[in-house]
Design a protein around this ligand. Sequence first.
Ligand code: ACM
Ligand code: ZN
Length: 500
Amino acid sequence: MKKNMLLIAVFLSSLNVLQAQKLDIIPQPVKIEQKEGTFIIPSSVQIFVDKKIQKSADYIEGNFFKNTGIKPIVSIGKGNKRDGISFLVDEKINLPNDGYELNVTKKGVLIKGKSTNGVLNGLQTLLQICSAKEVKKGTIPFVKIEDYPRFEWRGMMLDVSRQFFDKQTVKNYIDWLAAHKMNIFHWHLTDDNGWRAEIKSMPDLTLKGAWRGPGEVLLPSYGSGNKRYGGYYTQADMKEVVAYAAARGISIMPEIEIPGHSRAVTAAYPEIGCVTTQETKSVQGEVKNVWCVGREENYQILDSIIREVSEMFPFDYIHVAGDEVNRANWEHCPKCQALMAKEGFTDSFQLQNYFFRRVQTIVDKYHKKTNGWNEILKGGEINPNTLISAWQGINYGIESAKRGYETIMMPGQYTYFDMAQSENERGHRWAAITDTKRAYSFEPIPDSDLTPDQQKLIKGVQGALWSEYLDRPTRFVEYQSYPRISALSEIGWSKKEDKN
Ligand code: ACM
Ligand code: ZN
């Protein structure tokens, strides 16, 4: 008899496990305990939103409705009525940053976050449960979840230069990231083929540099054809998107590409580039796409650009690139050569390092920190608080951490979602053919001789969607992004041992 009871108990608990698995939350929560029974959502359910997260009340209301079909009555404050749903910020809960607890019982639903972002992470879990195929509409299974991220930085980059994506598309993209508990949107705002961010002190960056086609300063490229193609975001647009993202727990890191990938800049303001008699081409085949390092006025211009960008984006970091600079330009430019001679440089990477040390002085002046692509580490040391985006491979991230820099792992071989997903599909191939399984296999803290302190410098993971090939067909952005972002979100959030 005892044995039978035991068997029944084992059977029931395995049922619970099975049910819990059915909830299929992505990214997989740290601890999930499903219990028997369901909470029935009243048709006029009350939702209480802590004042501390008031900015997200509309988002919570709208998405609750979208995922349950039930229109809630939302009030701001710490209510805790029976049959209600409460969203509370509680800094004292014993969980890592941005963690949350979600409790669904017969009394109602309580979501407690360690921070406002913690609450939003809990909201995303609740929304996934409410919209799961296995869950009866209008009900929420009893469940107790304790959850927190493995990494503090879970990001995704979108290139809006090679193709321009309007404000609404960017907002949609941010919504998908939020749904996956990702917290950083890296907005690649400028590149050779279009400058997309209005800078009031340099109006031609967008009046001219945002457009390509017949009679424009930029030639057609990446499928833009024999027509005027382009677009840009006004400062009001960018502030609106920043606020939209903030309500969803996402910080936006703007990227201003310097000193390379700058054809749009020199097309609008030719004096910013080097004076060369010999044309050399960048990796992408662009000419004249490098800022002159020896032209002193350029640092005034950079000051005004960085000032305006700092005013629009409250996030701590500005990304100032540094990748794939065609340094041959500097080798043919008298001003750059004169500066090299004056500083006693023997190598053009030292000139690049000089450039970034000056840029960092400006970034510091506006109370921001610098993020750069891994090439920014060449030619000498830079400010120790620089964050490195390691894109060329895992080893570049290891090197960055060994040199003591905080590092984001985003190796193109795993996390560049512009790579084709199979042999027969559109997309780049230079890094790898990256299907979801390959993307999911990426481990941000590689087996290496990094010390525990160096491992801690790896702040997180990021994916990137470069847009050279995204001109068609429509919805190709989504096709390239999913489900690989789902895989990435789990790498950034879930425990390594829960990977499945
Ligand atoms: C890069 O992919 N050029 C950063
Ligand atoms: Zn020059």
